[in-house]
Design a protein around this ligand. Structure first.
Ligand SMILES: [Zn+2]
Ligand SMILES: [Zn+2]
Length: 232
């Protein structure tokens, strides 16, 4: 029944090309935008060049607090445009398609990770007011419904209003995010947590949240995002 309602509420156009289509992604765009597959980095999930390598350059260079993560697509071309429209042109309904794709592609992995709760990357309340919604929360809620795992939107809050990360490098991003997040101990203690965000760029946002969650007694953190940058 829930499935039937969800089906009806998919966008009537393709999230990539805008052509009329029932499923949210047309056949042509599905072929043109394949999921990231092996070989990929065992930590961040980014595609890597050879089967022999284990980790990408970024993950060799630095140690992350999170265990592992995956993204559906590389952040380029029509994926990039789609995520932009989702965030800035109020195409909230795209979140439903992204979450469905995550459930299909990563459902098994999520079970393997032993996830207890799903936590969307929080936005500062000023930003929520401006945009009207938190894009990560939309995906988290849709995904939670599909796979039957509770979503905790107040497990981590964003205390500090940070300037846009776009222009900053790895260490600049880290500095910018220092003290930005605060976890609430009781709801995360002993839990395996799946963090949801829209894009993984350098990993600093996911990792700052992971650090804060671990500090508050959470067991392990993992992440899923719609897309991931090709690396620095
Ligand atoms: Zn299309
Ligand atoms: Zn990596």
């Amino acid at each position: 029944m829930i499935e039937a309602i969800l089906e009806i509420l998919y966008p009537s156009t393709c999230i990539f090309c805008g052509r009329i289509c029932k499923e949210g992604i047309c056949e042509r765009c599905r072929a043109e935008n394949p999921y990231i597959r092996e070989p990929r980095c065992k930590r961040c999930g980014k595609p890597i060049s050879s089967e022999e390598e284990e980790f990408c350059h970024d993950c060799i260079k630095q140690k992350f607090c999170y265990e592992q993560g995956r993204s559906l697509w590389l952040h380029k071309n029509s994926v990039k445009q789609s995520v932009y429209a989702f965030k800035y042109k109020n195409h909230r309904i795209y979140g439903r398609v992204y979450a469905r794709e995550m459930a299909i592609e990563f459902g098994e992995l999520i079970r393997l990770w032993g996830i207890d709760i799903i936590v969307p990357v929080p936005l500062h309340k000023k930003k929520v007011r401006k945009r009207g919604f938190n894009q990560a929360e939309i995906i988290a809620r849709e995904l939670g419904k599909r796979i039957g795992i509770p979503v905790e939107t107040s497990a981590v809050i964003r205390e500090k209003y940070t300037s846009p990360q776009k222009e900053l490098g790895q260490s600049g991003r880290r500095r910018n995010l220092r003290g930005a997040f605060r976890a609430r101990g009781r709801s995360v203690k002993g839990k395996n947590i799946l963090i949801i965000d829209d894009i993984y760029t350098t990993g600093s946002t996911i990792d700052c949240i992971s650090e804060e969650l671990r500090r508050n007694g959470c067991e392990k953190t993992y992440f899923l995002t719609i897309s991931i940058g090709q690396g620095f």
